[in-house]
Design a protein around this ligand. Structure first.
Ligand SMILES: NC(=O)CC[C@H](N)C(=O)O
Length: 331
């Protein structure tokens, strides 16, 4: 068992938090050997399976980076949160929710089963591929650059720089994504897509190939924790009702078909991606004791070795450990 049960009723310093997180990362790094790097997008196979890194940024600016941070990786499914947010801003929440539901599926992210078997009127949620591709089709714009412009502007505002698309990963996915094409054709047949299929898929693969770091995910998570406001200036970046919806979806559908267990055992809104990234967002909490990051924080993790559900195997364990030690659960 890792050490770290602490009496937090003393001053919480960055050095103290750092030394704990360093120990925990070192401990959970061993778990990376139990997982496998995604291979259905061939370029993702090049990731180092033993990497594990975490960045945590609090509202007051307290920051902890530990392990393999600073390594760029593609955002993949984590982009689905932000394309959903942009679609809600551009088209209105009611319009988007008319076209994609907010129910977890209990199925894998790329499953098509419910669409076929249940003859539903819209995809179950915006975080499974069928829902995410539908949402991407709603983004404004005549080509993929125009469709992604608002997403890039949002990222630029939050990250302080404009991220770029990893072309190798984009091409690798575009060339091999038979399953997403199958989903796409099926969505066309059902009449769910608002932009032409090739354009929608090109845009979707590009949004998944945006390169980020753990620090970037922590910054994005912090804005969500702060209900869409810039944590430093309190200026609104994302409307609160949209953030609330996005966080509810992260909690219920963010970790694929492991979302229930994650909510029960970790208890904070989070979303993973197949390249091994996880974004988590811990809202402010009220407790009698002094706790780390009590004013809320954003967390970004990277650990490309995945479990059988497609979540970072060591990343989930590390996050669970931290959430337990620091009492981060929203419940
Ligand atoms: N789970 C994921 O991260 C999946 C994203 C990936 N681009 C796909 O559509 O298959």
């Amino acid at each position: 068992m890792v050490q770290g049960t602490v009496n937090w009723n003393t001053e919480i310093t960055k050095e103290w938090l750092q030394s704990y997180v360093d120990d925990w990362v070192k401990f959970y790094k061993k778990e990376t050997t139990q997982g496998k790097v995604a291979s259905y997008i061939p370029v993702l196979k090049q990731a180092n399976p033993n990497h594990l890194g975490i960045s945590i940024i609090g509202k007051n600016g307290m920051t902890v980076h530990s392990g393999d941070v600073g390594i760029p990786f593609t955002i993949q499914s984590i982009s689905k949160i932000f394309s959903f947010i942009v679609a809600c801003i551009e088209r209105g929440v009611a319009y988007v929710l008319d076209r994609v539901d907010v129910e977890p599926t209990g199925e894998a992210f790329n499953s098509i089963m419910h669409l076929e078997m249940r003859k539903i009127k819209k995809p179950f949620n915006p975080f499974i591929n069928a829902g995410a591709i539908t949402v991407t089709s709603l983004l404004n714009g005549k080509n993929s650059s125009e469709k992604l412009e608002a997403l890039f502007e949002l990222f630029t505002k939050i990250l302080g720089y404009r991220p770029h698309i990893n072309k190798d990963v984009y091409v690798s996915e575009r060339e091999t994504s038979v399953r997403n094409r199958a989903i796409g054709y099926y969505l066309v047949e059902l009449g769910y897509l608002e932009s032409e299929l090739e354009l929608t898929l090109e845009t979707y693969f590009k949004q998944c190939s945006i390169e980020v770091t753990t620090e970037d995910l922590a910054k994005l998570g912090l804005v969500l924790a702060n209900d869409g406001m810039n944590p430093h200036t309190n200026e609104e970046i994302i409307p609160r009702n949209v953030v609330r919806l996005a966080k509810a979806l992260m909690l219920t559908c963010g970790m694929y078909d492991a979302s229930g267990k994650f909510a029960a055992y970790v208890g904070i809104p989070a979303k993973s991606g197949v390249s091994g990234g996880i974004i988590a967002t811990a809202p402010p909490r009220v407790r009698d004791e002094v706790l780390p990051f009590v004013e809320g924080c954003g967390i970004g993790l990277y650990g490309p070795a995945l479990d059988d559900k497609g979540n970072s195997i060591a990343g989930i364990k590390l996050l669970k450990h931290i959430a337990t030690k620091w009492d981060l659960s929203i419940f």
